[in-house]
Design a protein. Structure first.
Length: 127
């Protein structure tokens, strides 16, 4: 099992970001943070790289349930979704929460992780 859910899409980078954000919203996720990795690395290290954006996506209902089961689960939140310029278009990927939650060792999180993975998969797949 891979640690991510991803695919390459064709289109303008900014349009893909907008579409991914909308598809996440359609699945009940809000984007809490945006990290512009390209800009950050340029300013901090003086290096050039392709466009790379990390979206911190959160579904409040599932976050609340997970926090009720594991008080320290916040270190795993929000779910990171990446939009990056790739060789074959724009790469869209998300963490696979099933893999991440398995590491915690609380079987009660498996149902939540499965539903979050399903929703993230749909959002990535429709981007």
């Amino acid at each position: 099992m891979s640690y991510h859910i991803s695919r390459a899409v064709q289109g303008d980078f900014d349009a893909v970001v907008e579409k991914v954000t909308q598809k996440l919203k359609d699945e009940g996720f809000g984007v809490l943070t945006q990290i512009d990795v390209q800009n950050t690395l340029k300013h901090k290290l003086g290096v050039d790289m392709k466009r790379y954006l990390i979206l911190g996506a959160c579904n409040p209902e599932f976050a609340h349930k997970a926090l009720g089961l594991e008080s320290k689960i916040g270190v795993m939140l929000p779910c990171n979704v990446v939009v990056a310029e790739g060789e074959n278009g724009v790469e869209v990927g998300a963490i696979d929460p099933r893999v991440a939650m398995k590491q915690i060792g609380n079987p009660a999180l498996a149902e939540i992780a499965e539903e979050v993975a399903t929703r993230l998969s749909r959002a990535v797949g429709r981007a």
